[in-house]
Design a protein around this ligand. Sequence first.
Ligand code: ADP
Ligand code: MG
Length: 283
Amino acid sequence: MPRAKKAPDVPADRLDEMLMRLKLSGIRDQLDSLLDEAARASLSTRETLTLLCEREIARKDHRRIEMALKLAHFPAVKELAGFDFEAQPSVDPKQIRDLAASRWIAHGENVLLLGPPGVGKTHLAIALGREAILAGYSVQFTTAMALGAGLAKAKADRRLDEKLLALSKPKLLIVDELGYLPLEPDAAHLFFQLVSRRYEAGAMLITSNRSVAEWGTVFADPVVATAILDRLLHHSHVLTIRGDSYRLRAKRRSGLITPPAGDRAPVGAASLHAVTADHQPNP
Ligand code: ADP
Ligand code: MG
């Protein structure tokens, strides 16, 4: 009996299959054009292999960064390049560049960005988070409100341990807007548990419109607030931003709003600075 005719589907090319198995999708997808490029440039075998590896690594890095940016849940796209340092003289560009190198994240240190609304705290928090991702760290962004509500819900559902574990996974946890709204009564204890869990293991970046001296009120519990600050400030860089809201500056310039009489610094800015002056960044 004649043998059945071979199925019409052509078996995948062996090289293609091997590249797939090795998860070298960058090389696999562009193999022909990469080999053409190598031939046109008369590359040696070793140079060709280097080119292939470079493109594969570039593709993998790009994908990792895209994925990490998605997982971070940043509320907006903000970059350091878009931060106008001249408009914000209370921010030291050198200190921000140092922080952008992400060594503080490797060491599990904390950054506190304090100051009145509109001075660029969230912008800098996102931009530093982005730099951390580019440096290979995992980052998660949340607000104090969402964090408090999430922890309270996890506790009610008897999943607090699971939630705390999940929140201790990212190398950098950004908590934005602490102090804008009063936290739930239990939030201080929950936040304390989180900070203890991450202490010296994972970095945190917290932004707040309140000075650390006011955190007792923010947490509605001065004793727990002190315990939280004790851990947060141990290895910390505290940046106090002063000055006008960047949002309102543009409106003022266009004459929509009149500038405040006399001192242009908003109420509370001076005391914020005084309180945090003791906590200079670690060398
Ligand atoms: P905050 O979190 O301190 O309330 P934001 O970071 O949300 O302030 O800043 C308000 C808006 O102004 C954002 O759109 C931000 O990108 C922009 N902004 C603030 N400061 C600067 C700055 N120095 N350079 C460029 N944009 C800025
Ligand atoms: Mg903000």
